[in-house]
Design a protein around this ligand. Structure first.
Ligand code: CA
Length: 479
């Protein structure tokens, strides 16, 4: 270890759909994650880290480019990242870092969408498979792998580290497929939790009364899970509806947590590797997920909505040379801030086109006076696919959340839409952290609503986005 001691290494571990409330460092009531907890104990836990669009590919694009989805073009699952765009891994490579992308990419394939800016990459095609996955490399090479995907991605990361010279810093992107649907555990975790009941969340029986009509119509409830592909079982006969909902939750959450257990084991392998090689002190280790997930909260699975469980990203960062062990940050950071932060820590210039802001000062325990106290969110895919989740945008402050569901919420254009094409929700996150009580029409919140509407408009203009205009003819799903 010589020249790279002045520049930190980066090990960026990102899973897919891992909610913070399934990490014991975040106070999980349903599982233990001792290795993820090591990162929290050795570094900083972020309690207000949010995605700017709670869906896989768009969040990944926002992280890589440091820009919001209307700027980077990846507004939906069907849009792919233009790989000529600036990304922060490219900037690290240009600055002399050895870079690699291993695991889930999910931003398209082929000459215009393959990973760019990486000296080495090996990715899953599309969503990839849990068992015996094929993987893709440069020039269309296909690699057939035997084993479990989370283990294999970690094996490949260790191989990359073994082959990396001591003279150059590395930036390694370890992107797990897990714990994305369809939640298939490894052999080692197949029977984990067999003998226990996992507690149901407080809002599991939420009747959604008072929430937007279009939210009540979302198809993300336990009864919307497919028994065969999601639950791998036949529903027992003779159950009441309530009993079946509980049975489905147990099937769902246990597989989800088994898949998470494998991530935790494999994060432990990487941390042990860094320890054994003497790399821990000068390596920034990040653990995050592309968004959160509903773990039976409000009766749902999946993500997409701006509610806390989906909006929140787990974010744990250890860097012994620069971050105090066991620290906690409750200031708002968003996924577009990630890239500029790592460039800042690496001493690499941040281009003006990047919309995110480095939170390196927060990592150092020095909050700037003008640090943002609100964040902007937009989900674009209006009632697409099987989830029927509405397009919406909103603002979250440290105390409140305002959400606007637009575009004839319950019907596609041309159908018999409701009288009001727009629905709103307002939550007081201090009085109502579980987001049960929509106070949008409560006179006591009239002033708060006015302030939040103004803040939403301000943020929308600041990031260069535009409010939905019903008479414009623009299709908000794909614009
Ligand atoms: Ca995801």
């Amino acid at each position: 270890m010589s020249s790279n001691q002045s520049r930190p290494n980066l090990l960026f571990i990102m899973s897919d759909d891992h909610a913070a409330h399934a990490i014991s460092a975040y106070g999980s009531r349903i599982n233990q994650t001792p290795n993820l907890d090591r990162i929290a104990a050795n570094g900083m836990r972020f309690d207000s880290a949010f995605c700017t669009n709670s869906i896989c590919a768009p969040s990944r694009a926002a992280i890589l480019t440091g820009t919001y989805n209307h700027i980077n073009g990846v507004t939906t699952l069907d849009t792919h990242l233009d790989n000529t765009l600036w990304t922060f891994p490219k900037a690290l490579a240009d600055a002399g870092y050895r870079t690699a992308m291993i695991g889930k990419w999910h931003l398209g394939h082929g000459p215009h969408h393959d990973p760019a800016g990486f000296h080495h990459w090996r990715i899953l095609p599309g969503q990839g498979h849990y068992h015996n996955p094929v993987m893709l490399e440069a020039e269309g090479r296909i690699v057939e792998r035997g084993g479990y995907v989370t283990d294999l991605i970690t094996d490949d990361c260790i191989d990359f580290l073994d082959a990396t010279s001591d003279d150059e810093p590395f930036a390694l992107f370890c992107h797990h497929k897990a714990p994305h649907r369809t939640w298939e555990p490894s052999r080692e975790h197949f029977t984990m939790y067999d003998d226990v009941d996992i507690p149901e969340p407080d809002t599991f029986r939420d009747d959604l009364v008072g929430r937007a009509d279009v939210v009540q119509a979302v198809k993300m409830r336990m009864m919307d899970l497919d028994p065969i592909t999601d639950l791998k079982a036949t529903v027992p006969e003779g159950l009441s509806l309530d009993e079946e909902i509980s049975w489905r939750y147990q099937r769902y959450i246990k597989d989800y947590l088994r898949v998470v257990a494998s991530i935790d084991d494999n994060v432990g392998r990487l941390l042990d590797y860094l320890d054994a090689k003497g790399l821990t002190d000068n390596t920034i280790v990040v653990y995050t997920s592309d968004q959160g997930f509903f773990l039976g909260d409000h009766g749902w699975f999946d993500k997409r909505l701006m509610y806390e469980e989906s909006l929140s990203m787990p974010l744990l960062i250890q860097y012994p040379n620069g971050v105090a062990a066991g620290s906690v940050c409750d200031d708002i950071v968003v996924n577009v801030d990630f890239g500029p932060t790592f460039l800042d820590l690496a001493g690499v210039a941040i281009p003006d086109e990047v919309q995110g802001r480095s939170f390196a000062p927060l990592l150092a325990g020095k909050k700037p006076d003008d640090w943002p106290t609100s964040m902007y969110y937009r989900y674009w895919m209006h009632r697409d696919g099987s989830h029927l989740c509405p397009a919406h945008y909103g603002v979250r402050t440290q105390t409140h959340k305002l959400i606007c569901y637009y575009n004839d919420p319950l019907d596609q254009p041309g159908a018999n839409g409701p009288a009001d094409p727009v629905e709103w929700e307002l939550f007081d996150l201090v009085a109502d952290p579980l987001e049960i009580d929509n106070v949008i029409d409560d006179p006591a919140y009239a002033e708060v609503r006015t302030e939040l509407e103004a803040e939403l408009a301000r943020l929308q203009a600041q990031v260069g986005d535009e409010p939905f205009a019903p008479d414009s003819g623009a299709n908000p799903t794909t614009r």
